[in-house]
Design a binder for this molecule. Structure first.
Ligand SMILES: Cc1cc2nc3c(=O)[nH]c(=O)nc-3n(C[C@H](O)[C@H](O)[C@H](O)COP(=O)(O)OP(=O)(O)OC[C@H]3O[C@@H](n4cnc5c(N)ncnc54)[C@H](O)[C@@H]3O)c2cc1C
Length: 443
């Protein structure tokens, strides 16, 4: 049996190792396209903050880890898949057959069509190569404009701030992390980062990025003068002038683009593999084509509650899905009961979370507790007496309980009424319902 694992990020690595445990004899080939040892993108912020070097980003520490498990590592970029001939074609003209294929090719940044985005001082923050480029470009005090304040944008922001840059965030949405947090929570995060000295422009886009030249320096210099505040470097020194949809023109040394990601699917063109936003998979990570599986950022599973297709681009999901895929590739029967949206974020020290259907359900009940002064917030969403979603800001204690209640679809009974009056009492509610359930078991 030959297993081919396309991609050597967290999904690929966990799958290859699980395959080896499940099938000690099979041939396993794991393919990476970035020319570096398997690493975790999650570690990039720590690298940017200078807390770790490159080896600190590697997923496995010893150089012979995979060979000692009998896993063959191969460098290659898949450009075509022939599912009839069970063959993957690579960019260098070579090809490889498989008996079972796992597609774990992850995702890549999307860059909006903005004039000037191809300037060398404009950078994504997605790969190890990007991280190297950013550390070379950004010096303390540099005027950095970050485009996008989503999940990844907020994580990068923390690392950039730690490098001592003069930071401006521009977000199209009306709040920070608009696809992860309620309006109130996103607004509180914005206020928090502004208090920490980061400029935030919401409901704004970048219209153009212009290199400042001797010819346009006079015009841009006047437009930008004083716009970043008195403590900033003189605008006229800036190599870039960034024009926002609001009309503001900001002087910049570097632009970081974090405007979202798309799954790496190009090489599937012409195959019968069903795709939505990602590769459609069932609860066993099988695609609609026999012997082809998908896991991680590239896969589209189903939402735990709604059953709607969902790409959950977070690392724990990549690991869970690839474990299930590997067991099934080796002949087992493992299932994931849908994907529960889980978001945990630290933004300049402020912890925020959202779980499940945090935006609520039609006809459901909800309650919100807001303490602006202490940056504390909680919102709970119910369907009947079952908690289906929650958002929190500034709460570090016991928030995992919210996830537990949502995932177990626990019937809260009278505790729902307690929570509707006092939503912060969720720990008591959890203990109340779980102790009641164990008492009933004993009796
Ligand atoms: C800066 C940053 C911070 C993050 N922080 C967090 C966090 O705090 N928590 C969290 O849960 N998630 C975080 N993430 C997201 C997390 O990294 C991803 O969810 C995770 O990497 C997904 O794993 P994956 O294996 O599916 O994909 P990837 O890690 O993207 O790996 C895909 C692999 O496939 C290879 N590949 C791509 N195309 C091809 C091809 N055509 N042929 C062969 N190989 C190919 C790539 O080279 C890559 O090695 C962060 C991401 C970034 C960029």
């Amino acid at each position: 049996m030959k297993y081919l694992v396309l991609g050597n990020g967290p999904a690929g690595v966990v799958a290859a190792e699980t395959l080896r445990r499940t099938d000690p004899q099979g041939e396993i080939v794991m393919v990476g396209s970035e020319g570096v040892p398997p690493y975790s993108r999650m570690a990039i912020p720590y690298f940017l903050e200078n807390n770790i070097g490159e080896p600190g980003m590697y997923l496995r520490k010893s150089a012979d880890h995979f060979s000692s498990l009998g896993i063959t590592e191969r460098a290659g970029k898949a450009v075509k898949l022939d599912t009839d001939a069970r063959t993957v074609h690579y960019a260098d003209g070579s090809s490889e057959t498989y008996d079972r294929l796992l597609i774990a090719t992850g995702s890549r940044p999307v860059n909006p069509p903005i004039p000037g985005l191809d300037h060398p001082l404009v950078q994504n923050c997605w790969t190890m190569a990007d991280a190297r480029a950013i550390t070379a470009l950004i010096k303390p005090g540099a005027r950095v404009l970050q485009l996008g304040a989503g999940f990844i944008g907020c994580i990068i922001m923390e690392a950039l701030a730690a490098r001592g840059v003069d930071l401006t965030i521009v977000e199209m949405g009306d709040r920070m992390v608009p696809r992860m947090m309620t309006a109130k929570a996103g607004g509180m995060i914005k206020k928090w980062v502004e208090k920490k000295g980061v400029r935030v422009r919401t409901s704004a886009g970048v219209k153009s990025i212009d290199a400042v030249t001797p010819e346009n320096k006079g015009v841009f210099g006047k437009l930008m003068d004083g716009i970043l505040g008195r403590d900033s470097k003189p605008a006229v020194d800036a190599p870039l002038a960034v024009t926002l949809s609001t009309g503001e023109v900001l002087p910049c040394d570097v632009v970081i683009v974090a405007a979202g990601v798309v799954p790496n699917l190009d090489f599937l063109a012409g195959t019968p593999i069903e795709q939505g936003r990602g590769i459609r998979v069932d609860d066993g990570m099988r695609t609609n084509v026999e012997h082809v599986y998908a896991a991680g950022d590239v896969a589209e599973g189903r939402d735990f509650f709604t059953g709607e297709p969902l790409v959950s681009a977070i690392q724990p999901n990549a690991a869970d899905q690839s474990r299930v895929a590997a067991v099934n590739m080796a002949g087992g029967d493992a299932q994931l009961p849908g994907v529960l949206p889980i978001n945990v974020l630290a933004t300049l020290g402020l912890i925020s979370t959202s779980f499940g259907q945090w935006w609520g359900m039609e006809g459901g009940d909800n309650v919100e507790h807001v303490d602006e002064e202490n940056s504390h917030y909680i919102s709970l969403q119910f369907e009947g007496d079952v908690l289906v979603g929650a958002t929190s800001v500034g709460m570090t204690q016991h928030v995992g309980v919210l996830r537990g209640l949502i995932q177990s679809r626990t019937k809260l009974g009278h505790w729902k009424d307690v929570l509707m009056k006092s939503p912060t009492r969720f720990m008591e509610a959890y203990l109340g319902v779980t102790q009641n359930a164990s008492a009933q078991l004993v009796n």
